[in-house]
Every structure is written in structure tokens, then in C-alpha cells.
Design a protein around this ligand. Structure first.
Ligand SMILES: Cc1cc2nc3c(=O)[nH]c(=O)nc-3n(C[C@H](O)[C@H](O)[C@H](O)COP(=O)(O)O)c2cc1C
Length: 193
């Protein structure tokens, strides 16, 4: 569902506060997926953009999370900014970004990060870290300066239907604002802490 201007404004305001306080990985969010057996797993990824269409991150489509998403596109994501005692919880479904968006973002990455993305069979075992380093060195030598975005690498955009803004308050009397899609509109509720 398209994010309402209220939600986008609130997200952007909190995200900007976090960025001003400490820009290092303030865009880190945990993203949880669920596999075919119903086993959830989560990991930190970096939010690369947000707009009314949703929250976008980039990864390897053949990774564990990518495999999970093939079977179940429902995800949950969480941000936590300790300096402000703020948490944002998001639930929704993911869709791949267009190939053009993925290629554009890939081309902005530093060359060696592009090489690492190409040579890494993300989430698969490797004999040793040294073997991985050797794979990387070989990639550096072979790929040259124009690295193409692999087909299995790109973005996912979370199309949200549930977003909670959690503000920590004194005495654990925290303030929780939940925006949920009901029918074709966003409805705001206040939850008890
Ligand atoms: C701060 C931080 C940022 C990360 N950013 C990304 C990212 O944007 N994309 C990504 O695929 N993995 C990122 N990772 C690595 C993931 O947490 C994870 O190890 C990787 O995606 C493999 O996860 P999977 O095996 O569950 O698919 C990041 C890890 C950390 C700690």
C-alpha cells in the first residue's frame, strides 16, 4: 500500500534525527523472513531508500533470505535508534526492484564492493576465509574496472501494511503509534506499551 504522507513524514523525521546524531549505519534495519518450514530468520541490511512505494534494500537474490522470499514474500523489519529511544516496526511483502534500479544502485557502489558482490555466493559455505579471499583476488584480476551487476543481485522493496512508531518514555510508559492498512486506507491506533 502506498505510504501516506503522515507516515512518510514521521519516518523521515525520525530517520533524519538518527542520521544527524550518528550517520554510521543509522540505516541498519533487521529484516526477518520465514522459510518453507515456517522457520523465521533475520539479519541486518541497509535501507537504501524510502518513498511512498516502500523501503528498499539490496542483496543477493540467491541468498538464504532470497530463497525464503521465493516461497514467502512476507517480511518484518525493525529499526532501533538508541540515542532517541525509538523503534520502528514494519510488516509487509517484498517485491524485487526493477533491473534498472538494481543496475543503477550497483553502479554507484565502490569497485571492490562490486567485485565482492560478484564473487560471493552469499549464504553458501566456503572451504575457508582464505579461499574466499583467493576468490576475491581472482575476481579483481579478471573483472577489470567495469563490473556488471549480476542477474542474481538487486533490490527488494518492502510494500508495508503495518508500521509502528515506538517512542520510549519514562517509567516504561512508552508511546506506540500503529498505522495499519484497513480496506484501502491507513488507520492509526495507539497501543498500550
Ligand atoms: C551493518 C550491516 C549491514 C549489512 N548490510 C547488508 C545489506 O545491505 N545487504 C546484504 O545482503 N547484507 C547485508 N549485511 C549482511 C547481512 O546481515 C547477512 O549476513 C547477509 O545478507 C546474508 O544473510 P542471509 O544468509 O540470511 O541471506 C549487513 C550486515 C551488517 C551487520
Amino acid at each position: 500500500m502506498i505510504l501516506s504522507s503522515d507516515i512518510l513524514q514521521q519516518f523521515t523525521s525520525w530517520f533524519d534525527d538518527a542520521k544527524q546524531r550518528d550517520a554510521t549505519y543509522c540505516n541498519g534495519m533487521s529484516v526477518a523472513t520465514v522459510d518453507e518450514q515456517g522457520q523465521p530468520s533475520n539479519r541486518i541490511v541497509l535501507l537504501k531508500s524510502v518513498d511512498e512505494e516502500g523501503f528498499t534494500f539490496f542483496t543477493n537474490y540467491n541468498s538464504r533470505k532470497g530463497d525464503d522470499i521465493v516461497h514467502n514474500s512476507k517480511v518484518a523489519a525493525t529499526f532501533w535508534w538508541s540515542a532517541f529511544q525509538r523503534q520502528i516496526r514494519i510488516e509487509g511483502v517484498v517485491r524485487k526492484t526493477t533491473r534498472q534500479e538494481s543496475v543503477e544502485y550497483f553502479s554507484q557502489r565502490p569497485l571492490l564492493s562490486q567485485v565482492a558482490a560478484v564473487i560471493s555466493d552469499q549464504s553458501q559455505p566456503v572451504a575457508s576465509f582464505e579461499a574466499l579471499q583467493a576468490q576475491f583476488d581472482e575476481g579483481k584480476a579478471c573483472l577489470g574496472d567495469n563490473v556488471t551487476c549480476p542477474d542474481h543481485w538487486g533490490g527488494y522493496r518492502i510494500d508495508a501494511h503495518h508500521i509502528e512508531f515506538w517512542q520510549g518514555k519514562d517509567h516504561r510508559l512508552h508511546e506506540r503509534q500503529l498505522f495499519e492498512v484497513k480496506g484501502d486506507e491507513w488507520v492509526l491506533s495507539i497501543l498500550q506499551p
